[in-house]
Design a protein around this ligand. Structure first.
Ligand code: ANZ
Ligand code: ZN
Length: 853
């Protein structure tokens, strides 16, 4: 029995595809376009299984759409700026550029062994000046368009990485990568005005029908539009008022105190001659600025001694606290608190012994006995204890309260977003320099176009903490482009999310030296038809890219509004975990399994088997794609990836699973290269077929139809199952009649064609073995003959008021509405109804349609 020689075959076809430039594309207005993109990798040095899954999914789509006649753009590049390169520089004394470029080289070679249908002529690396040059120009255009600005602000400071973090990068009050508790600092930072687009970004979500619901929900929550009110509280003894933002003006009668942020102007003013308050403010500032950090921390406050007047209750005064749970960047940086109906306020009130007055009565509760214990009541109900609002529902009471505030000049209705402007300054070396020069005379001066790019200096040292650009002896010292006086470059670089916010557009015209991309080309290719990546990017990267697309549109770069028309988020790859007797993690490669028993490969010592979790280096439950490709070939790895579970679910990697895929690959190889009977020549005339052969022919067309639908819907595992069934049926074709020879030819060719998106090398080679001179890659997708798939028709009766009036032929399992439509269109049924409207139509699938009139 011959084994399939994957190594030779895969290398052979990879070379041929590259030589023929099979996947290089240009704008072609005579063809429909299709843009497939997987989230581009960070060049860490080696690809992992997550990459393999991601790119295999994209490749199936790209190859399928290509066969379907689309002009398919499927590019690849490197998200090449970022911290690991700097850490490598610090740890191993290698320059970040060198480290990154070497990693790119290694990973490109690994990727090329997977047989992906990529247009490598468009490869980009975001750390190269020919990429970031355009990004600097873009930033200056944003500045002109009033979409970027600089301001002093409180930032999240990561004391380990020595840099600012976006709120999104603070998780549980800790830096997302360092894990160090985040501090607050005041710095001058560049911001992009993403908040200008808050409403558009929110409304745009509605048009993203081919996005997973969970991602749409996450984006909606992130932007978080809230309708509410500003309420003005007069400050007792001052000619001033405190403005608060609330989403619950209906609860105003339950107000028991007001609170301002530690960074509120009022707090700052009062702290000037109050050391205790200064200490308290400093303590608050040690907490990050993220909402999560604040949510988790104990609620603390400082009584300022100031009082404000309640807008509705004559003579009623409320104390004003500085509180650690109030954010300066949200609303007005001040709140009124209603402990009965807000948990934070309740926690605070219990701690400082402030009144708790319930004003919303749950549906079945009794007004006299209803009390708030440890839990605030945040549900619906009717308002009580609230004068003119009594008896109203929550929504009605909101409107009534706002109307009254307006009448009194004590407030107004407003809309607020949780989304905040995107701070893009980072105090790091390995990023795109911000093209600004600070001049004492002229302020912030943009670097003139003809001086772009502002390139990173190569000669930097990482032996001091902080930003190497700042330490560099000469780099930052330049003359002001405006007045010529000595000035200083901005030494911050962009957040690396800047690069990934427009790379999909660069791919449309990746080698353009003069501009980011040609507008016509971007307009032809964009939006990306199918984007594929991990759920971890559901908020940041996707939201920033959506904002960038709009900002680029505003600046005349392109016409698209949304960058990604379709999004698919793949599941993770999991593997069992192994530990030795001392609890040390072991690589799967160091473990031999025999049923439930596991032992160490070298020592034979017993090994504990733990449950299957996401592959991660820290638990060592990783399998190196390169080993798998070496042992079984890329096609087997791809096939296993696709066959074992739906692509949006987690996939459990097992040796047995891979071996199953490997056996199937070999079976395909033998079935076609050593057929069990004659195979008719390509293009042979169809002979008379036996009943069995005719059934196979029908199966051919049903399979084509089914696979096409599976692929359109990302049901790749179903597609593989269907192909396996089809393979079994073809294996059963026996004899040497003309009919059997012909059906083998048709069957094998179809099998190879529908396998091509998944196992492209094997399919290409088998196509060749089936005596074709042209490449399978250039072959159109097979067409299903509809007349041959309707064997699954059923004949069902149509009754009108209990009497059989007609029989109709319908595809099996057709949906009820379709069946109803066909039944009601039957002439005999129309006649039997005699102009009456049917009152009820009952469809029993595949059996009968009952019309009651
Ligand atoms: C009074 C009140 C009563 C509130 C009540 C809630 C329940 P969302 O829905 O997330 O937008 N708030 C306003 N500004 C704040 C700030 N800068 N920092 C911290 N909290 C702030 O949240 C809006 C609610 O969060 C507002 O409505 C306000 O508390 C609080 F029974 O006002 B509410
Ligand atoms: Zn100047």
């Amino acid at each position: 029995m011959s084994h399939y020689n994957f190594a030779d075959v895969e290398a052979k076809w990879q070379d041929i595809w590259a030589e023929d430039k099979s996947f290089e594309v240009e704008v072609d207005r005579n063809k429909p376009k299709y843009y497939v993109l997987e989230m581009f990798p960070y060049p860490s040095g080696r690809i992992h299984m997550g990459h393999v899954r991601n790119y295999t999914l994209g490749d199936v789509i790209a190859r399928y759409k290509n066969a379907k006649g689309f002009n398919v753009l499927h590019p690849m590049g490197w998200d090449a700026f970022g911290l690991p390169a700097e850490n490598a520089a610090i740890d191993n004394n290698v320059h970040p550029a060198k480290w990154t470029r070497e990693n790119v080289k290694a990973m490109r070679s690994q990727l090329s062994k997977l047989g992906l249908s990529l247009d490598w002529s468009r490869e980009i690396a975001t750390c190269e000046p020919n990429y970031y040059k355009h990004e600097q120009k873009m930033f200056l255009d944003f500045l002109k368009a009033d979409l970027a600005y600089r301001k002093e602000s409180w930032v999240n400071w990561d004391p380990v990485e020595n840099t600012v973090l976006a709120n999104e990068q603070v998780i549980d009050g800790k830096g997302w990568r360092s894990g160090a508790p985040v501090e607050k600092r005041r710095l001058s930072q560049w911001f992009l005005k993403i908040t200008d687009y808050a409403d558009e970004l929110l409304q745009g979500i509605e048009t993203l029908e081919r996005w997973p619901d969970k991602v749409r929900i996450m984006q909606r929550n992130w932007i978080n539009r809230s309708e509410g009110a500003r309420v003005f509280f007069e400050i007792v003894g001052r000619d001033d008022r405190l403005e608060v933002f609330t989403t619950r003006p209906d609860t105003l009668f339950g107000a028991s105190f007001c609170a301002v942020s530690a960074n509120h102007p009022l707090a700052e003013e009062l702290s000037k001659d109050n050391a205790d308050l200064q200490d308290f403010i400093a303590e608050c500032n040690r907490l990050g600025t993220s909402e999560e950090a604040i949510e988790k921390a104990e609620k603390l406050g400082y009584d300022t001694g100031l009082k404000v007047k309640h807008p509705f209750i004559e003579g009623h005064e409320l104390p004003v606290y500085v509180a650690n749970f109030v954010l300066m960047e949200y609303g007005t940086g001040a709140v009124f608190a209603c402990p009965g109906h807000d948990q934070r306020d309740l926690d605070f009130a219990r701690k400082y012994d402030l009144p708790v007055i319930p004003v919303v009565l749950p549906k079945d509760a009794d007004a006299d006995s209803f009390v708030i214990e440890d839990e605030a009541y945040t549900g619906e109900g009717s308002i009580f204890n609230s004068d003119f609002l009594n008896g109203l529902g929550v929504d009605e009471a909101k409107s009534a309260a706002i109307a009254k505030l307006k009448e009194l000049g004590a407030g107004e209705g407003t809309i607020t977003y949780r989304l905040r402007d995107w701070g893009v300054s980072r105090q790091r070396y390995w990023g795109c320099p911000i093209p600004i020069i600070h001049c004492e005379n002229c302020g912030d001066v943009p670097v003139p176009d003809d001086q772009l790019p502002v390139e990173l200096p190569e000669d930097v040292s990482f032996d001091k903490p902080g930003n190497p650009l700042d330490h560099h002896p000469t780099w930052k010292h330049v003359d002001c482009p405006k007045c010529g006086k000595a000035a200083q470059r901005e030494t911050d670089t962009f957040d690396t999310f800047f690069e990934s916010s427009w790379y999909f557009a660069r791919f449309c015209d990746a080698n353009n030296a003069d501009a980011a991309f040609d507008r016509d080309k971007a307009d032809y290719w964009l939006p990306v038809d199918q984007y594929i990546g991990g759920i971890e990017h559901a908020v940041l990267h996707l939201l920033y890219s959506r904002f960038f697309t709009r900002a680029l549109k505003k600046c005349g770069y392109l016409s698209a509004e949304e960058p990604f028309a379709g999004l698919f988020t793949q599941g993770m790859i999991c593997h069992e975990t192994y530990q030795d007797e001392n609890g040390k993690w072991l690589f799967p490669a160091d473990v031999v399994k025999d049923g439930d028993k596991a032992t160490h490969t070298d020592t034979g010592a017993p090994v504990m088997v733990g449950r299957s979790i996401k592959m991660s280096k820290s638990k060592k439950n990783v399998v190196d794609p390169e080993d798998i490709v070496q042992t079984y070939g890329a096609d087997t790895a791809r096939l296993f990836m696709l066959s074992d579970s739906p692509p949006d679910r987690d996939l459990e990697w097992t040796e047995a699973g891979v071996e199953g895929a490997w056996r199937y690959v070999n079976r395909l190889w033998r079935m076609i290269t050593e057929p069990n009977g004659p195979v008719a020549p390509a293009g042979a005339e169809k002979p008379e077929l036996s009943k069995d052969e005719d059934a196979i022919l029908r199966l051919v067309h049903k399979t084509i139809d089914g696979i096409s639908q599976d692929l359109e819907k990302f049901h790749f595992n179903r597609a593989v199952a269907r192909i396996r069934e089809f393979t079994n049926a073809l294996g059963d074709v026996k004899g040497d009649s003309d009919g059997s020879a012909w059906i083998r030819r048709i069957g094998f060719e179809t099998l190879v064609q529908i396998l091509a998106p998944m196992v492209p090398h094997l399919a290409e080679e088998l196509w060749h073995q089936l005596d074709h001179e042209t490449k399978l890659t250039d072959q159109p997708w097979p067409e299903a003959d509809k007349s041959l798939i309707v064997d699954d028709m059923v004949t069902i009766g149509v009754q009108v008021n209990g009497k059989l009036r007609a029989t109709i032929e319908l595809p099996r399992d057709i949906d009820k509405q379709e069946a109803e439509k066909v039944a009601l269109a039957e002439e005999n049924v129309i006649r039997a109804l005699d102009g009456k409207e049917p009152r009820k139509v009952i469809v029993v699938p595949n059996r009968i349609v009952n019309v009651v009139a």
